[in-house]
Design a protein around this ligand. Structure first.
Ligand SMILES: Cc1ncc(COP(=O)(O)O)c(C=O)c1O
Length: 373
């Protein structure tokens, strides 16, 4: 096979919305509202309505969303926040920004998300919050986590950075817990043309704190009542994201259709395919398969012109930057197994059926198919 199938293709998507994007960007440049401003405010309202949250506060990154969500939850130095090690490093980094300590619990290998059965034993008198991650666009199992949080007086901060439009039992994730954070990093299902993020919540006090903290802790310009940050969203990104939000439902449907096609074409392959849990409407930010021969498969697919990714090769508890937390190999066996075995196949809304077939043919050739008994 000589056609290259890219892992993601942002250029093709841009071509499909170019005129609208250029008009929106031009409008911001004409009005000079380069930081926050009207387009960002409108995007906040539209995104709040999209995830069915009372408040949405636009930020510069998803990491800032997690950081401010934790601060608004009262998390600070010496506190503990329970999360998973099988995530992008930002989840743990945001906890550490506050001075708190991430306390890890393992994942469930079928869902790739937090195993609620392990949460309660990780709670100590220092625990302030639980931070489940809706990894790859699959909802974490929130009900048991919310139940534990309620019984122990803890906040739930949802890392929804990969989960735009993901549903948990029919409700969009983000504001099901106390506060949720989304990322608009370009490759995300809803991606800016630069950096961007959003915090969402139904809690008026948390929303007010986050709104102040993103803009130097001031309610009134130059009167700083909180130690704040410069975490504001650019006007240009707000305008672009408004355009793109209108396409998100269609793009999500396309991702889900591609996932169904992969399931069909790879049903007899030697791979463990991702599962959509009964409580989750998966938005397939990432379509991750598992195999014990991951490196060989990745190299073989590369030769066949199929680009793949690994999300993520090292769980956070084994990252050098977080060695001071004192964890060791073997502490979270399922996260470690996932990190050793996952391989993300190409997934983007504009994929053609031919591209899906090319990927599936290459995977079947490189990974082999199951022998029917
Ligand atoms: C699970 C997860 N958490 C947090 C982040 C941080 O988002 P950002 O890159 O916008 O800071 C990301 C994305 O990069 C992510 O995938």
């Amino acid at each position: 096979m000589h056609r290259v199938v890219p892992f993601v293709d942002l250029k093709t998507q841009y071509q499909s919305i170019k005129d609208e994007v250029m008009t929106a960007v031009g409008h911001v440049l004409e009005t000079g509202q380069f930081v926050l401003g009207e387009e960002v405010s409108k995007f906040e309202q539209e995104f709040a309505s999209y995830v069915d949250a009372k408040h949405a506060i636009a930020l510069n990154t998803g990491t800032s969303g997690l950081h401010l969500a934790l601060l608004a939850a009262g998390v600070g130095p010496g506190d503990e926040v329970i999360t998973v090690p099988f995530t992008f490093v930002a989840t743990a980094a945001a906890i550490r920004y506050t001075g708190a300590i991430p306390v890890f619990v393992d994942i469930n290998l079928e869902s790739f998300t937090m195993d609620p059965a392990q949460v309660e034993q990780a709670i100590t008198p220092k625990t302030k919050a639980i931070c489940p991650v809706h990894l790859y666009g699959q909802a974490a199992d929130l009900d048991p986590i919310l139940d534990i949080a309620k019984r122990h007086g803890l906040k739930v901060i949802e890392d929804a950075c990969q989960a735009h439009g993901t549903e948990y039992k029919g409700r969009r994730v983000g504001a099901i817990g106390d506060v949720g954070a989304f990322s608009f990093y370009p490759g995300k299902n809803l991606g800016a043309y630069g950096e961007g993020g959003m915090a969402v919540t139904n809690d008026d006090a948390a929303a007010k704190a986050i709104r102040m903290l993103r803009d130097w802790g001031a309610e009134k310009k130059y009167y700083h009542s909180l130690k704040g940050f410069n975490y504001r969203m650019d006007g240009v990104q707000g305008a672009i994201l408004r355009v793109k939000l209108r396409y998100l439902a269609g793009w999500t449907d396309a991702r889900r259709a591609h996932a169904a096609t992969y399931q069909r074409l790879l049903a007899d392959s030697n791979l463990v395919l991702p599962q959509e849990m009964s409580y989750s409407r998966h938005v397939y930010h990432v379509f991750a398969v598992r195999t014990a021969n991951r490196e060989a498969l990745m190299a073989g697919l590369q030769k066949e012109g199929v680009q793949t990714g690994i999300h993520y090769p090292i769980p956070v508890h084994l990252q050098e930057a977080h060695a001071d937390l004192g964890y060791k190999a073997g502490d979270f066996p399922l996260s470690e197994q996932a990190a050793n075995e996952v391989l993300s196949l190409p997934m983007f809304p504009e994929m053609t059926y031919t591209q899906l077939e090319d990927v599936a043919a290459a995977v079947r050739q490189e990974a082999g198919v199951l022998i029917q008994q």
